[in-house]
Design a binder for this molecule. Structure first.
Ligand SMILES: *Cc1c(COP(=O)(O)O)cnc(C)c1O
Length: 398
């Protein structure tokens, strides 16, 4: 069989299993409401545009201005001739925002994570990772293991006893690294950061936290999980994305000690062998950071909207997973039902994605609602009435 025939058979199997992903094409900027090809205007309840900055005029203008000032891109990797002054400005702002000495930008958070673990581990080191960590962390740890021969383990999701046990089992390791998401994207739950920091101290380990769903989201001023718990400055290394709350274009970063960022510049393969962020993206991201710093009320609005939506959906009879983040997952059970519910909601002008097995455990398929500061109360009320209607039709509520 040819490659093409084999791949087509696999795709057909995905379609038969109901796990094939159909892309929806948008014809307008990301926002509380978007125009979807073939559908018209829909309310978006599935975006990581937490602060609504993706189409904020200051953010867009900064990108246009940088395109004119710097042109399309770097045409080189950073250490050759591919670093603009703009990259330093962005990295200074990001470090200030998350409260670290320095930061280094990458073309994605995926890239930042993948760069990190293999660069900071050697043979004899030990990496322990939460079971529900993002795929980019999982791949990063696997890569480190195969390149540097460090040893690795996975602890049960947010299970602090298991984390302690795994660290006890590696007490002779040289460098010990605890890797966690700040916010777990499928659950909308927050890492038990104060306990993790305490355990790290007890075991002489360092803490690396991916705050992609928390940057711009958690804490009074959006500085992330550490601000939420009042432990700014205590996490050894933070990674995060520029593709969510901070403008939503693309890009990611590593934040921590200046020596770490310098070493990433010297040694990490994505820095050495791949171009930097395009100026448009770097400038929009920088404007997004500055906008967030200047408008903490946007973060307050996000928190208010999330609390309002959580209360209203519970009031309507649904049982979302408990939590405090703008990610509000509603468990429906079987994968097929999650897909049906999201299709029925889309018919009613609400765009929210259903997630099933194998992204989440069997029987725990869900529609994952994500609230934004861009939503008005009218948007959220319209969403709630669509949910009520669909919930009754499929028997999720009475
Ligand atoms: C979204 C996400 C990423 C990937 O971000 P990109 O910048 O799009 O690569 C990485 N880690 C976590 C926890 C995420 O939620």
């Amino acid at each position: 069989m040819s490659l093409k025939t084999e791949l087509q058979a696999e795709l057909d199997a995905l379609k038969a299993a109901g796990t094939y992903k159909r892309l929806n094409y948008l014809e307008s900027p990301q926002g509380a409401r978007v125009r979807m090809e073939g559908r018209g205007e829909v309310i978006v309840l599935s975006s990581n545009n937490y602060l609504g900055l993706a189409n904020e005029p200051e953010v867009v203008q900064a990108g246009i201005h940088a395109l004119e000032q710097y042109g399309a891109g770097t045409a080189s990797v950073r250490f050759i001739c591919g670093t603009f002054a703009l990259h330093r400005d962005l990295e200074t702002a990001l470090a200030r925002f998350v409260g670290t000495e320095a930061s280094l930008s990458f073309v994605s958070a995926w890239n930042a994570n993948e760069a990190l673990t293999p660069t900071i581990t050697r043979e004899g080191d030990f990496v322990v990772s939460d079971a529900l960590n993002h795929a980019s962390i999982i791949d990063s740890v696997r890569l480190a293991k195969s390149i540097t021969k460090c040893t690795t383990a996975v602890y049960k999701h947010s299970d602090m006893d298991d984390l302690r046990e795994k660290l006890r089992g590696a007490k002779d390791a040289k460098r010990k690294i605890i890797w966690t998401d700040g916010v777990f994207s499928m659950e909308g739950s927050i890492a038990k950061l104060p306990e993790i920091l305490q355990i790290a101290r007890e075991h002489d380990a360092i803490v690396v936290m991916d705050d992609s769903h928390a940057t711009g989201v958690l804490g009074k001023t959006g500085r992330g999980t550490a601000e939420h718990f009042g432990v700014m400055g205590e996490v050894d290394i933070i990674t995060s994305t520029l593709g969510k709350a901070l403008g939503g274009a693309a890009g990611g970063f590593i934040a921590g000690p200046a020596a770490l960022c310098d070493m990433m510049t010297q040694r990490s393969r994505p820095q050495l062998f791949s171009n930097a962020l395009p100026p448009t993206v770097a400038a929009s991201s920088l404007a997004a950071v500055e906008f967030t710093e200047a408008h903490p009320e946007l973060v307050t609005k996000l928190h208010d909207n999330a609390a309002y939506f959580r209360a209203a959906i519970q009031e309507a009879g649904f049982h979302p997973l408990p939590g405090e983040t703008p990610i509000v997952p509603i468990i429906v059970g079987e994968t097929a039902l999650a897909i049906t519910v999201s299709e029925m909601l889309l018919d009613r002008g609400v765009f929210v994605t259903g997630f099933g097995f194998p992204v989440v455990p069997q029987g725990q398929a869900r529609v994952r609602c994500q609230v934004s500061a861009a939503h008005t109360r009218e948007d959220l009320d319209a969403v709630i009435s669509a949910f009520k209607e669909v919930g009754k039709l499929v028997g999720l509520i009475s």
